[in-house]
Design a protein. Sequence first.
Length: 119
Amino acid sequence: VQLQASGGGVAQAGGSLRLTCAASGMILSVNDMAWYRQAPGISRALVARVNKAGDTYYDDSVRGRFTISFDNAKKSVTLQMNSLKPGDTAVYLCNAEVLTAMQFVHTYWGQGTQVTVSS
């Protein structure tokens, strides 16, 4: 199972960016997907999560500005980030809990993608 993340980059404060992460491999189903972020000197933190039922969770720091969505057919998650702030600058990492073809539930991580917000 692999998670391929795309998007990110550089934006000015108040701007928008979109991150996408797609799961591939021997997958029976995806239970939930999430985005974490990690800034230098700061522990990795959950940004937003969505499950296959469409239930969502947002960290207080991003609620109202970020929107997470899940496409079950594509086994992908998108994080639309609006009203960006310099404090959103971090490496963003995709995470997925997957039921594999071997009937195991396992959590996978994608590679990080850099988001930089300039003031």
